[in-house]
Design a protein around this ligand. Sequence first.
Ligand code: UT7
Length: 306
Amino acid sequence: MLTNADLERLVDTSDEWIQTRTGIRERRIVAEGQTTCDLSEEAAKRALEAAGVKAEELDAIIVGTTTPDLVFPSTACLLQDRLGAHGCCAMDVNAACSGFLYALGVADKFIRCGDSSKVLVVGAETLSRMVDWTERTTCVLFGDGAGAVVLTADDKPGIMSTHLHANGAHKDLLNVEVGVSRGFKPETQGGLAIRMKGSEVFKVAVNTLGNIVDETLAANNMTRSDVDWLIPHQANLRIIKATAKKLALPMDRVVVTVDRHGNTSAGSVPLALDEAVRSGKIARGEVLLLEAFGGGFTWGSALIRY
Ligand code: UT7
């Protein structure tokens, strides 16, 4: 665990600034040698157990991540091997902070078209591996984590709809400017580090998430009052509050984990969902709106009847 007090010792920041501007108090950081696949494995096993599904029954494994263990094989392939689910389709989806929503959207389509009946969907990240720990504008924001769900085909869809979007024109506002095809030379490419123009990202995020709420409700002929829970991407409590306001939802109907997890990118929505379900907050039949926004820009939502 890394607290705001720990960060005060690393960079010129304060607990007060971090809590007021982001809502974050602490974040989890992987141990030396621990990888995204390690986190995925733990989350996947817990999800399979909760769903009563055996790994060998899976038709597909989809991992949303922007911090894979290797260039290839994909984290999904590494995970498949760990789970002993050999033979099923396995792939990673890289959509930065929207990675879990993208993976969920792909899995939902696999099931709807009849290709698959049991799909494991994971969102997992070890962002701490690419945080510049000398840069106060970013290092206070991020953490590591993973969550997972198992989708199974059913006559009554639990996932009512998913909506996925991107706009690559904003590629300069949030990125990691190091890549294989550019020669992978972090030392001459500004370091393997997340760079973000925070306040510009903030404005686009608030507007875009507001719009995707409208899009999601309209696609399902629903109104704001039909939504029981908002399970948002956990980047900043102020962004979460803006989306809750858009939905006219009181904050006790919003799942918030950003205070303890920070921004875990693709890990954040499934972590929040997992926590809310396991704590017994969410009742069967309730309507959940999941949303995320991140580098790309990418953004997405899912409307779910639990
Ligand atoms: O998950 C992917 C999507 N990401 C997001 O959605 C994140 C979106 N952005 C944000 O959450 C916010 O923009 C931040 C939390 C990153 C920053 O909050 P802000 O209210 O937009 O602050 P700012 O960037 O406008 O900076 C305000 C001031 C600046 O000082 P001056 O220029 O006003 O003197 C910064 O240098 O705060 C300063 N500052 C800090 N001070 C103490 C920036 N970082 C820190 C820090 N500690 N860690």
